[in-house]
Write a protein that binds this ligand. Structure first.
Ligand SMILES: Nc1ncnc2c1ncn2[C@@H]1O[C@H](COP(=O)(O)OP(=O)(O)O)[C@@H](O)[C@H]1O
Ligand SMILES: [Mg+2]
Length: 321
């Protein structure tokens, strides 16, 4: 990917600063990711800590927007100043492509870590944003499920591998393949938060049942409880009657998981991925970029609210004790 380039107005918006403050810290015509990061350091303008969250975008169905949403979510989080690691789990390497790289150009993928015990640091790559790293994927990743099969503690390989690097990132974002296998089981076991992109149609709706059954069996059999589940409706087109009906059905069945934010149908996603850039660089005023931004804000608010609740509960318990 070419280095991202922000106008002064865009850079000020991304940093949440008045234009004048930005320009007094660093005056340029165009700002790169490195420049944004430098301004953050100069002004000590960092977001409040999130805890170190592992966030998985998963749906066993293909084409629901896992890659489009996970890559643009990761990018936006990095724009907002979080340290982010985007992990491409899909052997198609689409998330890698969305960042402007070709998976086949990388010698090592997560396969080396999960199966051959390479340290995570050997597979982490840097993006043009100083606070966004990624783990690329390519066709070799299609052998992971088989290779994990005979191993002991095979569901925990990814979770264990992340222990070394987890503290470095506010968010580790996984883009999952549309399959039901050991790699996705590993991803679920490693995840704190599950994001489920769905299309507002009834085929997607039925696919969710298997996903939630799997999540429930992880809780029961492997004692892994997710902190959050977010269902995010993608490619919504409200002029379709069926889409509205499917949306109502989702809201009725999964009210506690549904995000209010929805991502509307937007051709810029396809354009962005073909150009190898996140949607925010293809067109930051597009519906897609606007909706992802709203999704990020809602997710952050929900996580913060839950953390507030946890600290209050812990405090109350201490008082009571
Ligand atoms: N909100 C949207 N509006 C229009 N097209 C979209 C949207 N989200 C994703 N797409 C397109 O749909 C296709 C499938 O999306 P993708 O993210 O690759 O799905 P998945 O990773 O779940 O298989 C891609 O061509 C992508 O560009
Ligand atoms: Mg994908």
């Amino acid at each position: 990917m070419d280095a991202p380039s922000y106008s002064a107005k865009e850079a000020a918006e991304v940093l949440g600063l008045p234009l004048r403050t930005l320009q007094s810290a660093l005056k340029l015509d165009k700002y790169s990711g490195v420049d944004l990061w430098a301004v953050r350091h100069t002004l000590q303008k960092f977001p409040s800590p999130l805890g170190h969250r592992r966030q998985l975008f998963l749906n066993f169905k293909g084409g629901t927007g896992k890659t489009a949403l996970s890559t643009s979510y990761a990018w936006r989080m990095a724009e907002l100043g979080y340290h982010v690691l985007l992990v491409d789990l899909d052997s198609q390497g689409h998330a890698t492509k969305c960042l402007g790289f070709e998976g086949e150009d990388f010698e090592k993928t997560l396969l080396n870590v999960l199966v051959r015990k390479a340290p995570m640091d050997e597979v982490i790559q840097h993006s043009p944003m100083p606070n966004l790293d990624f783990v690329p994927s390519n066709l070799t990743m299609s052998t992971v499920d088989l290779a994990l099969m005979p191993m002991s503690a095979r569901e925990f390989k990814l979770k264990n591998a992340l222990k070394d690097v987890g503290q470095r990132y506010d968010a580790i974002v996984f883009d999952a393949p549309p399959s039901f296998g050991l790699l996705n089981l590993n991803a679920l076991m490693a995840a704190d938060d599950l994001f489920v992109p769905v299309l507002a149609d009834f085929l997607s709706f039925h696919g969710l049942k298997l996903l939630f059954e799997t999540v429930q069996s992880l809780e029961e059999d492997l004692a892994h409880v997710l902190d959050h589940v977010f269902i995010i409706v993608n490619a919504f087109n409200q002029s379709f009657k069926l889409a509205k009906e499917a949306l109502d059905a989702l809201k009725t069945h999964y009210p506690e998981y549904m995000l209010t934010a929805m991502v509307r149908q937007c051709t810029k996603f396809a354009q962005a991925s073909s150009e190898g850039v996140p949607v925010f660089l293809a067109d930051r005023d597009s519906k897609g970029a606007t909706d992802i931004d709203a999704m990020v804000k809602e997710v952050l608010a929900r996580i913060e609210a839950a953390q507030g609740r946890t600290t209050t509960t812990a405090r109350d318990e201490k008082k009571a004790g």
